[in-house]
Design a protein around this ligand. Structure first.
Ligand SMILES: Cc1ncc(C[n+]2csc(CCOP(=O)(O)OP(=O)(O)O)c2C)c(N)n1
Length: 939
């Protein structure tokens, strides 16, 4: 903007520019600089900027009497002083946190010269400060002049709460936050009742930890002490969420303070927590689990409870959490999103006010773990938003034994969140009332803007990382200070005694009451030992025959659904090339067949939706499909408008969600896991771009998907679609690392399937949705097979039969089978390499059988298969993967178990390899050729 173009709207701009000029003149345009530097009163006074400032701020420029002053009388030094004052205000808003008293242990804040009125140019003397009206500075603090405003600004921005909001790109949000902060709207004094309640809560928190420490000396409890106020902060957050319409809260947190949160926030009875502690001493209290669930340590278990609030009951879920810090974050987001979504209407409706996600982070973990950034990145995405998460950093200023300077490159633990336009409120954990105010502001911001917000609660850790640790080995100075430091409860009790709200004796009695309750619960519990009443955490993992599930769908229904899947609104212009390909999906239902993977998938989804199963499909570029095969979402070729036919099925009874995910694996998959746990009746599918990218989400696989049932009793029908198959695309685009899933498969915790036809894919998807036993499904999906004619199916294949775990050789009749000498067993795409090999037509006595379900291994079907081949002398297991990868090592014992002693079992495939495949396409072709030949015995 040129100086001449100055108008109302630009007033703020000029102020900011002037402040910027004072901070760093070289960053301001020369023209503006010339103006600011012009130094002659006449020039300044006659300039449009000054004329306008005069209109806007007559008091400031005209000496406060409102009388028009002669242009030459406008004192340039006052203009300069106003500008300096503006920069002082700006400095407080932007850098006030650097001078804030945030550390309960009393470390000196580093401060910032820009906050010092004596160091500005011109120096803002007390006299000048008195001359500058507060309103020209656009302050929201209630006062007349800068002199009155400055102490309030300091208290507001540099006290026991501090704010980082000026990085936010939304002007509306910044203005709202400044106003809310400076007017103290959310920092009003607490009523007497509120003060007493707060003290009572702090007493419960402290007494609980103290009792456990004394009763179970040395056992891990990961005490909350030093951050005790976190519990009343959560109370406040839940009250406010409920007042805004929430009926659900989902929380994720690690070990620190978890037991206290379980007891006081979720409402788990003392007796059940004490039982777990006793369980570590008294075997019979917990016992072993006869049903195969192996449980978890007490500070990882999730829990649920109902809390009463002034606005009605709220269901609180504390999500089960593995030791791996922060990985629960996306899981909580997914759970919350599921709870916010209506799964009983055909249209996807999502109400973010109905459930709140709360994530409690460690100060070392928050900046250190990449999953945090991936999770923050989900907040504004249509398919993932939960209307703003409340992030609380439980900042005890140490990570195990690691100091902050060793653990992050940024000043604050919370700095990462600034990159996501998130306001950050730092608060001193020893100022209990300030901590409540921080939550009030945070929740108001969330309610207003549906955006994440971070509260960095700065406290300390009263004891070692766990109760067996000696913290002064590594942090001696800090722990000397902590030893002498009174607890927040003691400080608050003292403050309330001084105010005459609660006497010191009453405050002590509050602590004693809780200790007595715990003692009582503990005594009662001990009395049950030996009486056989102690329950076990038993969990049925379940084995046994697979349920028979009807997955076929009548042909007429499929035809009708197929039409609907191809329908677009009048005038919608599908890309001509794509229109042709889609048109083929009409012909494929005829005699000739040709239903490919994508069409089978669409029909499976559509049939499920009309039966009332909600479906959610996400992954990178999933709407179209990485291999340009799916096209669930169409784009008008001219206008760019979107149309998703499957969202408009006339008889749909459940919503269909399809979203391209961000370029994330761990958060994207964790989110879907969480969603699937909170809505186990939905079919949740997450697709990897190429199968092996799933290893970027390995923690979610190991710690949640495969073990969640055994550890926490969590069931899920999450389905992983993992493109897999050796097609000469190198080590990273060939293998979904099947071997890892098979290694992790036990006690029927997951299903692992590698289909070879479109119909099999159709049936397995439907089985997954309809199976009474919800289990995750690892589904290897093809690339070349997506379009391979031999892998297509006919309508009747979908309308009849079901999923087959083992497919016998379709080219042999019973007699030929009885005479076969060699049985080749394989899985997935390599089947087509073998039967499509030039040598295949010349071999005799060879049967090629497909194992479509790798886990649970179809023992009965395998035995039955072998009985049809009484004369075989060898069974070959063929795979494309190297011998140390693929299925071989996980299923070899199964293959052997069913075989008569005289039948030899042999392996054909790539040899032991460090990398999954060759990098050179020609080397790949040679290997595939060798594998097919060796399998067939044709050299
Ligand atoms: C992914 C992961 N890496 C390492 C650890 C081991 N570990 C457990 S607690 C801890 C320190 C955590 O510090 P912080 O995040 O500040 O939480 P605090 O324990 O101080 O509350 C570490 C390194 C872990 N649990 N998870």
């Amino acid at each position: 903007m040129e100086p001449e173009q100055f108008d109302d709207l630009n007033a703020g701009f000029v102020q900011e520019l002037f402040a910027q000029y004072l901070d760093s003149p070289e960053t301001v345009d020369p023209e503006w600089r010339a103006l600011f530097e012009s130094g002659t009163a006449t020039l300044v006074a006659s300039h449009p900027l000054v004329r306008r400032l005069r209109e806007l701020y007559p008091d400031a420029l005209d000496g406060g009497n409102g009388a028009p002053a002669a242009p030459a009388a406008a004192p340039p030094e006052l203009l300069g002083a106003v500008a300096a004052a503006m920069s002082l205000v700006k400095a407080h808003r932007t850098h006030g946190h650097l001078a804030a008293r945030l550390d309960p242990l009393g470390s000196e804040p580093i401060g910032d010269p820009a906050l010092d009125p004596d160091r500005l140019e011109p120096r803002l003397t007390a006299e000048l400060q008195r001359q500058i009206p507060a309103k020209v500075l656009r302050l929201h603090v209630p006062c007349e002049t800068l002199a009155e405003a400055l102490p309030q600004l300091r208290e507001t921005y540099c006290g026991t709460i501090a704010y980082e909001i000026e990085h936010i790109s939304s002007h509306e949000q910044r203005v709202w936050l400044r106003n809310a902060i400076e007017s103290n709207r959310y920092r009003q004094p607490l009523s007497q009742d509120e003060q007493t309640t707060l003290l009572r809560r702090l007493s419960e928190v402290e007494a609980f930890e103290r009792y456990l420490r004394r009763a179970f000396l040395g056992q891990k409890q990961f005490s909350i002490e030093g951050l005790d106020v976190m519990v009343p902060m959560l109370d406040e957050a839940f009250e406010l969420a409920a007042a805004g319409g929430a009926r659900e809260v989902v929380m994720g947190m690690a070990h620190r303070g978890r037991l206290n949160v379980l007891a006081h926030v979720v409402g788990r009875p003392y007796d059940s927590i004490l039982r777990e502690f006793e369980g570590e001493r008294v075997l019979e209290a917990v016992g072993s689990d006869p049903e195969g669930g192996t449980g978890d340590v007490k500070y990882h278990h999730g829990a649920g409870g109902t809390r009463k609030t002034a606005s009605g009951d709220v269901r609180v879920t504390l999500s089960s959490n593995p030791s791996h810090l922060e990985y629960v974050d996306p899981v909580v987001e997914g759970q919350t999103r599921a709870l916010q979504t209506d799964h009983d209407s055909a249209e996807e409706t999502h109400d973010p006010s109905s459930a709140l996600a709360v994530l409690i982070h460690g100060d070392a973990a928050f900046p250190g773990q990449g999953v945090v950034a991936e999770t923050l990145n989900l907040q504004g995405l249509d398919g993932y938003t939960t209307g703003g998460t409340l992030h609380l950093i439980a900042n005890n200023q140490v990570g195990f034994t690691t100091d902050p300077e060793e653990g992050r490159s940024t000043r604050y633990s919370s700095d990462l969140a600034k990159g996501f336009d998130t306001p950050i409120v730092h608060v001193n954990a020893d100022d209990a009332e300030a901590a409540i105010a921080a939550i009030r502001l945070a929740m108001a911001f969330r309610a207003r803007f549906r955006h994440d917000v971070v509260v960095d609660l700065v406290g300390y850790r009263r004891f070692g990382h766990n109760e067996g640790d000696e913290p002064s080995y590594t942090q001696p100075l800090m722990y000397r200070r902590i030893e002498e430091h009174p607890s927040v409860r003691e400080q608050y009790a003292h403050a309330l005694a001084e105010r005459g709200v609660v006497s010191e004796e009453e405050a002590e009695a509050l602590v004693e009451t809780v200790q007595a309750q715990m003692r009582e619960a503990h005594e009662a519990l001990k009395a049950t030992f030996g009486s056989g009443r102690a329950g076990s955490k038993e969990r049925r993992i379940g084995r046994g025959a697979d349920a028979q599930i009807e997955t076929a769908v009548e042909a007429e229904r499929l035809r009708a659904l197929n039409e609907e899947l191809l329908a677009v609104p009048e005038g919608f212009r599908v890309h001509p090339k794509l229109a042709k390909a889609l048109e083929r999906r009409r012909e494929t239902l005829g005699e000739e067949g040709g239903v490919d993977w994508a069409q089978a998938e669409g029909l499976a989804f559509a049939s499920l939706l009309t039966d009332g199963t909600p479906i959610r499909l996400t992954g990178q570029d999933t709407e179209r499909g990485t291999f340009s095969h799916r096209h669930l979402v169409l784009h008008d070729h001219v206008s760019g408008e979107r149309w998703t036919p499957i969202e408009h099925l006339r008889e749909a009874r459940a919503p269909f969600q399809v979203y391209n995910s961000p370029l994330s694996e761990v958060a994207a998959l964790g989110f879907e896991y969480g969603y699937s746990v909170a809505c186990p009746r939905a079919l949740l599918l997450w697709e990897a771009q190429f199968g092996d990218f799933v290893n970027a989400a390995q923690v979610v696989v190991d710690q949640f998907i495969v073990s969640g049932l055994s550890k926490w009793g969590q069931s899920s029908r999450l389905t992983l679609l993992l493109p897999h198959g050796y097609e000469g695309n190198g080590p990273e685009h060939s293998s979904a690392r099947l071997e890892r899933f098979l290694q992790l498969a036990a006690q029927e915790n997951v299903r692992v399937v590698n289909c070879s036809t479109a119909a099999q894919y159709f049936h397995v998807l439907r089985r997954q949705a309809l199976h009474p036993k919800a289990r995750p499904l690892i589904l290897l999906t093809p690339k070349g097979l997506l379009r391979l004619k031999q892998a297509t199916s006919r309508l009747e294949d979908l309308a009849r039969g079901g999923f087959r775990a083992l497919i016998d050789d379709p080219t042999l009749d019973e007699e030929a089978k009885r005479q076969a000498e060699r049985l080749v067993l394989c899985s997935g795409k390599v089947y087509y390499d073998i039967v499509g090999h030039e040598a295949f037509k010349d071999v005799e006595g060879v049967a090629v059988v497909r194992l479509e379900q790798l886990y649970p291994f179809p023992v009965a079907a395998y035995d039955e298969l072998l009985s049809r081949y009484p004369t075989i002398s060898e069974v070959i297991w063929t795979q494309e993967e190297p011998q140390n990868m693929g299925a071989w090592r996980a299923i070899r014992h199964r293959l052997e178990e069913g075989l008569p002693a005289e039948v030899e079992l042999r392996y054909v495939g790539r040899p032991w390899r460090a990398s999954p495949s060759e990098g050179y396409p020609t080397a790949h072709l040679l290997e595939q050729d060798r594998i097919a030949r060796e399998s067939l015995g044709a050299f």
